[in-house]
Design a protein around this ligand. Structure first.
Ligand code: G6Q
Length: 522
C-alpha cells in the first residue's frame, strides 16, 4: 500500500503553526522557564538509559501540541505501520524499507511480496556469527595458514560510513583484530591503508550492494593486484569475502560462494549497517556485542512504534527539527557528541539525513514549495568549542544543536570526565541564557575603565535563546549506540513523511555515478 500524499502546508495545523510562530517567535526561553517551574521535567523523555531533555527549545506546550497534530494530519501513524510492515514505501524504486527487520526480534513474519523475510535475515545473522567466531578465534585462516590480524572493509557511502562510524564508536570493545576502511577512489587512500599490511594475515571484506560501484571495484582490484604479488589467484578464496546482492559479479571477482554474505534490495545503503554490511563491526567487537547493538536498535524501534507521539523520542526529534527548519527558517543543525569515539557520527548522520531528505519533488511528483532536508554537520565536544561554536553562539544564523553526552567515562578518568561534562552542560546553558549587558558590565567593572567597558560591551553581550536538545546516556556501549542510531533513522523517516517526499531513493547520488562512468568511457 502506498503512503498518503498530503501537502503539509495545506493542513490546518500548519496554518495554525504559522500564526503561532508569529506570536511566539521573539519569546525568550528564559521567560518560558520562569513561567513554568516544571518545564524541564515536562520536556524530558526517558528511554532505557537515555534521557532526552528538549526543554531548551523555543517552543511551548502549545507548539508541541500543534506539531503533534501536524504529524497526525500527515497520517504518520499509518506510515509507521507501512514502514514496519514491509509495504513498498520506497515507491520510486518499488521496494519495501525494512532495515528494522534486520534487528527484529518479534516472532511475527514480515512479508515482502508474500514471502517472510525473517528466515533469511536470521540465516545471514547466523552466518555472520559463525564467521566472526572463526576469524576471531583464529580457525578461519589466510592463504598461508596464518590467523588474521587485520580486516579491511572496502566500500563507499552506505557501505562504509555506518560500519566505519560504529567500529570507531565502539573501539573500547574491540578484540585483537585491527580494522581499516578504504573508500575513496583516491589511490593514495588505498595505498596508505595497505602499505603496512601483511597480505597473509589480512582479511578483505568487499562491501557493495550492487557490486558495480566504481570506487569499490577499483579499490578491490588494486588490492587484489597487490595481494597477488605474494599469493596465487586460488588464494583469493581465503583472504577475500564479500557482502552484496549481486552474487554473479562477486563470484566473477574470484570470491568463493560460501564467503558471500547476502543482503536484500529492501535495505537502503545508508540504513544497511545492521545487515552483513556491518560484518566488519561484528569482526571488530565480536558477534555478542554486534547482537547487543542490534538489540538496542530494536528496543528503540519498539518505542517508536508503540509510544504516543507526544512522548515518542524520534517523533519529537523530527518535530523540533521541522519547527526550526520550516518556521524559523533554520537551514542547518549541528550534532555534537561529547565523546571522541563518536568522531564519525556527523558524517554518518549527514548521509542518513541529507541523502534521505535532500529532495525537492513531493510524493505527487511536483516541485515542493517549502523547505525539506536540512544541512547536518558537527564534530566532537570539546574540540568544537575552540572552533566553530563561535558562530553558533554569536553568528547571525539560528542553528539548533543536539548535544550528546555520557554519564560514565569508559576508561574511568573521573577528572577528565567531570571537566568534559561541565563543558557539555555549559555550552547548552550559554546558548540558552546568553549573557546580558548587566552581566557583562558586572564582569568588567573591576577594570574601572568605564570608557573601555562601554566600547567592548556590545561585543561581549550574548542574546542567548539559541536552542538545543540534550541527550544524556549512561554509557557508550553497543546497546546505547544502537538505540541512538535507530532514533536518528526514525527521525529522518518522520521528517520525510511530513515533508511528503520519498526518503529512500537517491537519484542525486546515482547521477554522479553515471556521469563519472560516461566520462571515463569517452
Ligand atoms: C546509500 C547510497 C550510497 C551507496 C554507495 C555504495 O544509501 O545509495 O551511499 O551506499 O553508493 O553503493 P554500493 O553498496 O552498491 O557499492
Amino acid at each position: 500500500m502506498s503512503l498518503f500524499n498530503i501537502n503539509p502546508t495545506k493542513t490546518a495545523s500548519w496554518k495554525e503553526l504559522i500564526k503561532h510562530y508569529e506570536e511566539t517567535k521573539d519569546v525568550h526561553m528564559k521567560s518560558l522557564f520562569l513561567e513554568d517551574s516544571d518545564r524541564k521535567d515536562k520536556m524530558s523523555l526517558q528511554f532505557e538509559d537515555l534521557n532526552l531533555d528538549f526543554s531548551k527549545n523555543r517552543m511551548t506546550e502549545k507548539t508541541m501540541n500543534l506539531l503533534v497534530e501536524l504529524a497526525k494530519e500527515c497520517e504518520l501513524e499509518d506510515a509507521i505501520e507501512k514502514y514496519f510492515g514491509g509495504d513498498k514505501i520506497n515507491e520510486t524504486e518499488n521496494r519495501a524499507v525494512l532495515h528494522t527487520a534486520l534487528r527484529n526480534k518479534d516472532a511475527n513474519p514480515i512479508l515482502v511480496d508474500g514471502k517472510d523475510v525473517m528466515p533469511e535475515v536470521n540465516e545471514t545473522l547466523n552466518k555472520i556469527e559463525a564467521f566472526t567466531e572463526e576469524v576471531v578465534n583464529g580457525s578461519f585462516k589466510g592463504y598461508s595458514g596464518k590467523s588474521f590480524t587485520d580486516v579491511v572493509n572496502i566500500g563507499i557511502g552506505g557501505s562504509d560510513l555506518g560500519p566505519n562510524m560504529v567500529v570507531e564508536g565502539l573501539h573500547f570493545y574491540k578484540n585483537h583484530l585491527n580494522t581499516h576502511f578504504v573508500s575513496n577512489i583516491d589511490g593514495d587512500h588505498v595505498a596508505e591503508v595497505i602499505k603496512d599490511l601483511n597480505p597473509e594475515t589480512t582479511l578483505f571484506v568487499i562491501v557493495s550492494k550492487t557490486f558495480t560501484t566504481q570506487e569499490t571495484l577499483t579499490n578491490a582490484e588494486t588490492i587484489k593486484k597487490w595481494f597477488l604479488q605474494s599469493a596465487k589467484e586460488d588464494d583469493i578464496q581465503y583472504n577475500f569475502v564479500a557482502v552484496s546482492t549481486n552474487l554473479e559479479k562477486v563470484k566473477n571477482f574470484g570470491i568463493d560462494e560460501k564467503n558471500i554474505f547476502t543482503m536484500w534490495n529492501w535495505v537502503g545503503g545508508r540504513y544497511s549497517l545492521w545487515s552483513a554490511v556491518g560484518l566488519s563491526i561484528s569482526l571488530a567487537i565480536g558477534f555478542e556485542n554486534f547482537r547487543k547493538f542490534l538489540d538496542g536498535a530494536y528496543a528503540m524501534d519498539q518505542h517508536f512504534k508503540k509510544t504516543d507521539f507526544s512522548k515518542n523520542i524520534p517523533v519529537i526529534m523530527a518535530l523540533i527539527s521541522i519547527w526550526y527548519n520550516n518556521f524559523f527558517g533554520s537551514e542547518s543543525e549541528v550534532v555534537i557528541p561529547y565523546t571522541q569515539y563518536l568522531q564519525k557520527l556527523a558524517p554518518f548522520l549527514q548521509q542518513l539525513s541529507m541523502e534521505s531528505n535532500g529532495k525537492s519533488v513531493d510524493r505527487n511528483g511536483e516541485e515542493v514549495t517549502y523547505q525539506t532536508g536540512n544541512i547536518i554537520w558537527g564534530n566532537t565536544g570539546t574540540n568544537v568549542q575552540h572552533a566553530f561554536m563561535q558562530l553558533v553562539h554569536q553568528g547571525t544564523k539560528l542553528i539548533p544543536v543536539d548535544f550528546i553526552g555520557f554519564k560514565e567515562s569508559l576508561h574511568g578518568n573521573e577528572d577528565h570526565h567531570q571537566k568534559l561534562m561541565a563543558n557539555f552542560y555549559a555550552q547548552a546553558e550559554a546558548l540558552y541564557a546568553g549573557k546580558t549587558a548587566e552581566e557583562v558590565h558586572l564582569d568588567m567593572k573591576i577594570s574601572g575603565d568605564e570608557k573601555k567597558i562601554n566600547h567592548l560591551l556590545p561585543f561581549k553581550v550574548f542574546n542567548g535563546n539559541r536552542p538545543s536538545n540534550m541527550f544524556l546516556i549512561e554509557k557508550l556501549d553497543p546497546r546505547s549506540l544502537g538505540s541512538l542510531i535507530s532514533s536518528y533513522e526514525h527521525k529522518t523517516f518522520v521528517q520525510g513523511i511530513i515533508w511528503n517526499i520519498y526518503s529512500f531513493d537517491q537519484f542525486g547520488v546515482e547521477l554522479g555515478k553515471e556521469l563519472a562512468n560516461k566520462l571515463l568511457i569517452k
